[in-house]
Design a protein around this ligand. Sequence first.
Ligand code: GLV
Ligand code: MN
Ligand code: MN
Length: 411
Amino acid sequence: MTGDANVLLEEISGIGVHPAGGYARPAFSAAERQLREWFVTHATRRGLDVETDRNGILWAWWDAEGTTGRSGAVATGSHLDSVPGGGNFDGPLGVASALAAVDVLRARGVTPRRPLAVAVFPEEEGSRFGVACLGSRLITGAVAPERVRALRDTDGRSYAEVSTEAGFDPESIGPDPQRLATLSAFIELHVEQGRGLADLDRPVALGGAIIAHGRWHVRIEGRADHAGATLMEDRQDPVVVASETVRALRARVLESPDARGTVGRFEVTPGGTNVIASSVDVWLDVRHRGEDIVRAIVADVTAATEAAAQAEGCTVSVTEHSFSPTVEFDRALRDTMAEVLPEAPVLDTGAGHDAGVLATHVPTGMLFVRNHTGASHTPEETAEADDIDAGVEALASVLEHLLLQPDASQP
Ligand code: GLV
Ligand code: MN
Ligand code: MN
């Protein structure tokens, strides 16, 4: 049915199902590739001209009649990859809503004065290679291509290897200022990852800001030995140190109101019940509106880990995997969106998005759709059918407004 994002989402509900619940759709996996093909099929069916850029971002173009080139384009879209155990909507809702919004615009008889692009960004979650928003970081130059080529997944396979196998050329990745220069605006619609709209009893919100967030890898090395034969005073046990990292993070974050700190990944090597570990890898995710506060928390947790490591005879290294400063979405664009959607409240978010990374180069805005549980990165994430429809209508209205603005660079 025209304009129905619910139907589109239903079509992909069986792709990449995680055995433990929710979805596992990591970048370049069979599931993610199937989702990309699904997108291409639907975009092509709508007469959009689909291309894959050199960073693996899909762009589906609706060219404006009588214009030359693609300057002044308005873009929308989101991502199709998921975290392990992710929900139905984080990413795919924005992609399905963008396709549905094209249908709504056509049904409304809109004749765009600017090109419209529907974009799909790869590896937004950073679940496979550790760096979030990898596609948007590459196109904006926020991450060096040589670093990306060398990133490894949990099986130890490099981005270069995996992307080559999937049919991409890892040598071509990198900043693409020319493509970014063609965009006059990017609007990402996303399921809300909190209860803001549920509490306000509204279906759709405008994005205000994304709070600063980053990821750090803490590697603690000790000495493997026998769990029974090694005296307690002879141990150099990295698990004991890592437990201090987790405890220090929780304690330190609680000292900074509104900060968030998470250890969601913890790997013990070699991982035997009767083996004192040789090393532990811990990943920190720390967020707060104040960038300095995020950095201070990580510095304090690093210091606490180092002190524990010294007491245990272990060593520690801490590597920053990514850092995203606080992003205030473009004020003029938000004011325009507010004129189109006067009822929509403005909400900030603690979640990262490609829109936040693109904001350094393109005026960006976001729309959030109500999530009654407020949960995300879990199958508990929700978006009701009527709210999804309201999101599509809202997106279509914002796009309509932007697409009807004359483009000064066109004759
Ligand atoms: C992405 O969803 C993130 O905020 O980690
Ligand atoms: Mn997302
Ligand atoms: Mn997410």
